[in-house]
Structures are given as structure tokens and as C-alpha cells.
Design a protein around this ligand. Structure first.
Ligand code: GUN
Length: 283
């Protein structure tokens, strides 16, 4: 079997165009992007987010702060952005420098502007099955990519490898809302091979390469690789070894060009949603 590719680049481009068509008929929407420090990967991500905003007709307002920015200064900036009527969405790029309390900073963003979907209120609404919640972008992007490729998880066995607050946990909640039967695996899972073998839909978000062996995957499974790693030779790869997994899967996401572009597309979608909600408008 050779897997169909779940093309995140194409789906993200289509979503950007849909959002651009909607923003063209709205007052200017604005996303504030806060980047603290010099982490090179974060700088690339932020630049990609700014570029995507522009293509979708959303103004991005970057706040680039030095690595030694204090907790008080960052909280004051978040408070200013919370109160700014010109700002629809706020994104604080992670990871923050070690001396800054990540959870406290993220919790300080008002839920209505939390376009990352990391605030406990938004995470809680996702868990409650609220379809209007600002859902975390990566899990939302995964669900949207499946939907656009005609995949319905209802009644299917879905296995999520990874229980992070950004991906694994909210993804499990979204899958349950769409009536999948969900298993969440993690570092203490007793028999990961057996759990993976039962999957009709497999989501690998372990953040480590090689956690799932290709031979564990049952032929015909739909495989979503959320990992992203840069190898020593500069190439990008996911958590999975792509070629042998693609041989078994019915469909699979590539890395790059799978979930990464979808995450950014959902950031735009959340910014649009936040802007509409704040103005009492609907999609
Ligand atoms: N760092 C890595 N992924 C993300 C993300 O989705 N949002 C933010 N704010 N930071 C990140």
C-alpha cells in the first residue's frame, strides 16, 4: 500500500484565501505577536506567522523583547494588549526564557484574545465540547486537515501518542467531540506497540523521534505526524520514519508540509473568530 499524502500546505493555502475573503469585508483585524529573546527556531516561526497574517489580510504587530525582559515588564505588556481595542488576538511565542513563568504569562491573556487557545478557559471549553471555543491551533489544524480530506473519525479507534497541554490533551478532547474512541498514550504506557496496533487513526505528538516503530502500524491506518525535528544535515523530519510508515498507511501527513502549515492557518482562523466575536459578528 502506498499512502495518500495529507497535504497541509495546500489546505492551509485554501484556508488563508477563505480568511482573506472574509477579512476584506471587515474592519482591520490585528494580531499582536510577542517574542522574547533570540531563540532561532522561534524567530523563524514568528516570521512565518507574520507572513501568513499579511496574506490573510490581518495586521500583525510584533513586540520583540530582549531575553532579559522581566516578568513584570512582560505582564504589563500583556495587560496593555488586553486593553487595546485595536488588538484582536495576542500570541506569546513559546518557549519563553527560563526565568519567565510561562503559565502565569499565558493565563494573563484575556481568553477572548487568546488565539493560541492555551488559556485554561479555552482549554476547558474545548474539553466541554464547545465548538465556538478558541481551540489550540495544532489540534484544530489536525481536525481540519482530516475534514478537508474526507476523513470522519466517528466510531473509529483513535490513538494519540503524547499528552502535552498544547497537542495531545486538547486533540483527545476534539476527537471525543467527533465521536472517536480515543486512547491517549504517554511515557508510562505499558505496551505502546499494542496500543498503536489497534489504531485506525494514529496521531504521533511525542516530540521525540522513533517513539513509534513503523512495523507497529496496522496497514490501512491514517497517520498524522505532529513532530518536527531538524537533523544534523539540516533536513526537517517528524517523530516518525516517513517512508516505512507511508508504506503501511492509507494516508499520512508529510513533514514538512503536513501539520505545521495547518497550525499557522488555525492561528489566522482563531484571530478571525476572536475579531468577529469581539465585534458581535458571526462567520
Ligand atoms: N511554540 C511552538 N509552538 C507554538 C505555538 O503553537 N504557539 C506559541 N505561542 N508558541 C509556540
Amino acid at each position: 500500500m502506498t499512502a495518500a499524502q495529507l497535504d497541509g500546505t495546500a489546505a492551509a493555502a485554501a484556508i488563508r484565501e477563505e480568511i482573506a475573503a472574509r477579512t476584506a469585508n471587515l474592519p482591520q483585524l490585528s494580531l499582536a505577536v510577542v517574542l522574547v529573546g533570540e531563540d532561532p527556531a522561534s524567530a523563524v516561526y514568528v516570521r512565518n506567522k507574520e507572513r501568513a497574517c499579511k496574506k490573510a489580510g490581518i495586521r500583525s504587530v510584533a513586540h520583540r523583547l530582549p531575553a532579559d525582559t522581566s516578568r513584570e515588564h512582560l505582564l504589563a505588556l500583556v495587560a496593555t494588549l488586553n486593553a487595546d481595542p485595536e488588538i484582536d488576538g495576542i500570541l506569546v511565542q513559546l518557549p519563553l526564557p527560563k526565568h519567565l513563568p510561562e503559565r502565569e504569562i499565558l493565563d494573563a491573556i484575556v481568553p477572548e484574545k487568546d488565539v493560541d487557545g492555551f488559556h485554561p478557559v479555552n482549554q476547558g471549553r474545548v474539553l466541554l465540547g464547545d465548538r465556538d471555543a478558541l481551540a489550540p491551533c495544532t489540534p484544530a489544524g489536525i481536525m481540519e486537515l482530516l475534514r478537508r480530506n474526507g476523513h470522519d473519525v466517528s466510531g473509529r479507534r483513535a490513538v494519540v501518542v503524547g499528552r502535552s497541554t498544547i497537542v495531545g490533551r486538547p486533540l483527545a478532547a476534539l476527537l471525543i467531540s467527533q465521536n472517536a474512541t480515543v486512547t491517549v498514550c504517554h511515557t508510562k504506557t505499558a505496551d505502546l506497540a499494542a496500543e498503536v496496533a489497534r489504531a485506525e487513526y494514529l496521531f504521533v505528538a511525542a516530540g521525540r523521534r522513533g517513539v513509534v516503530k513503523p512495523e507497529w502500524i496496522t496497514p490501512g491506518c491514517v497517520v498524522v505526524d505532529v513532530g518536527i525535528h531538524r537533523l544534523d544535515d539540516g533536513t526537517l523530519t517528524g517523530d516518525l520514519d516517513f517512508a516505512p510508515c507511508a508504506e503501511r498507511a492509507a494516508a499520512i501527513t508529510p513533514v514538512p508540509g503536513g501539520i505545521g502549515p495547518m497550525t499557522i492557518a488555525m492561528l489566522l482562523a482563531n484571530t478571525l473568530r476572536a475579531g468577529l466575536l469581539r465585534r458581535g459578528l458571526t462567520e
